[in-house]
Ligand binder design. Structure first.
Ligand SMILES: Cc1cc2nc3c(=O)[nH]c(=O)nc-3n(C[C@H](O)[C@H](O)[C@H](O)COP(=O)(O)OP(=O)(O)OC[C@H]3O[C@@H](n4cnc5c(N)ncnc54)[C@H](O)[C@@H]3O)c2cc1C
Ligand code: SF4
Length: 510
C-alpha cells in the first residue's frame, strides 16, 4: 500500500497525470503544486510563456481535484515560502519529485525542503523516451563517439524499434532522409491549417493577471498554445492529420508571413509534460503505417527530432554543464543587438523572425538557427546573452534545452558535438527563404551602402577566427575564398563595412 505521507510534488513542467509519482498515486492522495512568482520575475519572459505555464498548472490542479485528488495548490513568492507553508500544515510528509532536467535543480530543491524542515526524494524523470542510466551505460561501452548525433540517433532507433524492420534494418533502407527535407515550396503552396485551441475563462483571467503582475515581453494576443492535456492531444491529432505529410520537404524553408509552415508546433506542450514524447512518437509512427499518403521523409524527419535531437540535447546538457552555460570558445565579446528585443531593423529576415517571436513566443527551427543564431554568431555576440534571450522569449524554452541548442549548436560555444559553426552569408538565407526579395539590403553585395550585413560579417567572422577555424577540414573551401579576399584589398573593405555596420547598430539604424 502507498504511504499517504509520501506526497508527489508536481513541477509546472511535469503536467502529465499518468507519469512519475503522480501517475502511481491513488485517487484521493495528497498532491502538491507551488506557483512560485518570483521565478517568473527573473527575466522579461514572453507573456504567452508565463500564461501557458500558470494556466497549465491551474488547469492541472482542477483536473486532479475533479479526479478526487487532494491538491495543495500554493501561490507564493518563492518555492522556499511555499514549502514552509506546506510543512507547517503537513510536518510528517515526505515529498517525492521527478528530477527536473535543469542543472543542479535537485540540489536546490533538496536544500529548500530541508530549510523548510521537510524531506524530499528526487526520482527519475520519466518524461523522456530514454533514461540517464541507459545513455551513460551505452556511452561508456560504445567505441563510437556518443556525442555525435547520428550515432546517438541510430542507437535510439535500435533501442526503441522506431521505424525499424523485423530484421533490424531502418524502414525504407536509409537511416536519414534529410537530403529530401531541404526544398523550398512553389509559390502556390499553401501551408496546412494551424490548430488553435479554444481557451476558457481561467486562461483569459490568467493571461490578464500575467500582464498586470509581471514585466512581460511580447505581444499579448491570441494564445495559440495548448494549456491542457486535452488541447495538446487535439493539437497532436491535428498535426498528424493535416500537417505531417508536408512536414518533410519544407522543413528547412522560411517564408514571409508564414510563421508555422508545416512544423509540429508541439514543443511547448511536450516541454511542460502535457504530452509525453513517446506518445507523440507512437501516434506519428502508427499514422505512417495506417495511411499511405504520409511520406517516409516526413515521418523520419519529425521522429529524428523527437527521439534523436530532443533526447540527445538532454544528455549533452547533463554531461557538459556547468561549463556549457559559460562556454565561449571563439571569445565572442559583443552585446546582443537591441533589435532582438524590439525588432527594429532593416534586415527583413531578422525583422520578420523577431516579429514572429514577439507575437507568439515561437519561430521554427531554421529561423532560430540560420537567422537568429547565425547573425549573433557572425556579429560576435557572447553566447550566454543569446541563450538568456531565447530562454526568456520562447514558449518552449527551458535552460536544459536552450543551452545546447543555442550555445553549442547555434553559436559553436564549446565544440561538444558541433564540428563547425553553423554560419552562412545571405546566400543560404536567400536559397531557403523569400525574405531577401523584400529587403532593404542587397543580398549579393558584400560591401558598400545597403550591402547585406550577413555577407561582410560572414567574411569578417572567418577572418577574425582564422586561428581556430582554418585547420578544420570542413572549413577548407571557405578559407580558400578567405585567402583570395585577403590577397587583394577586399578584406580591408569588408572590415570597413563591418565597422560601419557596428556604428549603424549603435544608432539603431541597422
Ligand atoms: C538556437 C536554437 C534555439 C532553440 N531553442 C529551443 C527551445 O528553447 N526549446 C525547444 O524545445 N527547442 C529549441 N530548439 C530546437 C527546435 O528548434 C525546437 O524544438 C522546434 O523549433 C520547436 O518547434 P516545433 O514544435 O514546431 O518543432 P518541429 O520542428 O516540428 O520538431 C518536432 C519536435 O522535435 C523536438 N525537437 C526538434 N529539434 C529539437 C532540438 N534541436 N532540441 C530539442 N528538441 C527538438 C521538439 O520537441 C519539437 O516539438 C532550438 C533550436 C535552435 C537552433
Ligand atoms: S538581404 Fe540579407 S538582411 Fe536582407 S533578408 Fe536577405 S539575408 Fe536577410
Amino acid at each position: 500500500m502507498e504511504d499517504p505521507n509520501r506526497v508527489p510534488w508536481v513541477l509546472g513542467t511535469h503536467l502529465h497525470p499518468d507519469v512519475g509519482p503522480i501517475g502511481r498515486a491513488p485517487e484521493g492522495s495528497r498532491v502538491l503544486l507551488i506557483e512560485a512568482h518570483d521565478f517568473a520575475r527573473r527575466k522579461p519572459y514572453h507573456h504567452d510563456k508565463l500564461t501557458l505555464v500558470f494556466s497549465g498548472m491551474r488547469h492541472f490542479r482542477d483536473d486532479l481535484r475533479e479526479r478526487g485528488y487532494d491538491v495543495e495548490y500554493i501561490k507564493a513568492d518563492t518555492f522556499g515560502d511555499g514549502l514552509e507553508r506546506y510543512f507547517e500544515a503537513h510536518p510528517d510528509d515526505e515529498l517525492v519529485q521527478m528530477r527536473s532536467p535543469s542543472h543542479r535543480s535537485a540540489d536546490t530543491f533538496e536544500r529548500l525542503v530541508t530549510a523548510a524542515g521537510g524531506r524530499l526524494d528526487v526520482v527519475q524523470n520519466e518524461l523522456f523516451v530514454g533514461t540517464r542510466e541507459a545513455f551513460d551505460e551505452w556511452s561508456n561501452d560504445t567505441d563510437k563517439d556518443p556525442f555525435r548525433h547520428e550515432t546517438f540517433y541510430r542507437w535510439m532507433r535500435r533501442e526503441t524499434g522506431v521505424l525499424m524492420t523485423d530484421d533490424g534494418d531502418p524502414v525504407g533502407g536509409e537511416w536519414n532522409y534529410d537530403d529530401e527535407n531541404q526544398e523550398f515550396p512553389p509559390e502556390e503552396w499553401e501551408s496546412p491549417p494551424v490548430h488553435r485551441p479554444e481557451h476558457d475563462d481561467l486562461t483569459e483571467r490568467t493571461s490578464e493577471w500575467v500582464s498586470e503582475e509581471f514585466d512581460v515581453w511580447g505581444v499579448e494576443g491570441t494564445l495559440v498554445w495548448p494549456v491542457t492535456r486535452a488541447q495538446a492531444k487535439a493539437k497532436l491529432t491535428h498535426f498528424v492529420e493535416n500537417r505531417l505529410p508536408e512536414f518533410g520537404p519544407y522543413q528547412d524553408a522560411m517564408r514571409s508571413d508564414d510563421w508555422a509552415m508545416a512544423h509540429a508546433l508541439l514543443g511547448s506542450s511536450i516541454n511542460i509534460g502535457l504530452l509525453h514524447p513517446w506518445e507523440v512518437v507512437r501516434t506519428i509512427e502508427d499514422a505512417y503505417h495506417e495511411h499511405e499518403d504520409i511520406p517516409l521523409n516526413s515521418v523520419e524527419g519529425v521522429l529524428r527530432q523527437l527521439i534523436g535531437w530532443r533526447e540527445f540535447m538532454r544528455h549533452v546538457y547533463r554531461h557538459s554543464m556547468p561549463t556549457l552555460d559559460e562556454a565561449n570558445q571563439l571569445d565572442a565579446p559583443h552585446d546582443l543587438p537591441e533589435f532582438y528585443w524590439d525588432g527594429a531593423t532593416n534586415m527583413e529576415c531578422l525583422r520578420q523572425t523577431v516579429g514572429d517571436v514577439r507575437e507568439r513566443g515561437y519561430s521554427h527551427h531554421i529561423q532560430r538557427l540560420m537567422v537568429l543564431a547565425n547573425f549573433a554568431t557572425l556579429w560576435g555576440v557572447e553566447p550566454k546573452q543569446l541563450n538568456e534571450w531565447f530562454h526568456a522569449t520562447y514558449v518552449d524554452a527551458y535552460h536544459w534545452v536552450t543551452t545546447p541548442n543555442v550555445v553549442e549548436m547555434g553559436q559553436y560555444g564549446e565544440g561538444v558535438f558541433a564540428s563547425k559553426p553553423y554560419v552562412s552569408s545571405a546566400n543560404y538565407i536567400d536559397k531557403m527563404s523569400d525574405y531577401c526579395g523584400d529587403c532593404h539590403y542587397y543580398k549579393t553585395k558584400d560591401t558598400g551602402e545597403r550591402a547585406c550585413p550577413f555577407n561582410a560579417l560572414y567574411w569578417d567572422f572567418l577572418d577574425r577566427n582564422e586561428d581556430q577555424l582554418r585547420s578544420n577540414h570542413r572549413m577548407g573551401l571557405m578559407y580558400s575564398h578567405v585567402d583570395s579576399k585577403q590577397d587583394g584589398d577586399e578584406m580591408e573593405e569588408i572590415k570597413a563595412r563591418v565597422e560601419d555596420l557596428r556604428r549603424k547598430n549603435e544608432f539603431g539604424e541597422l
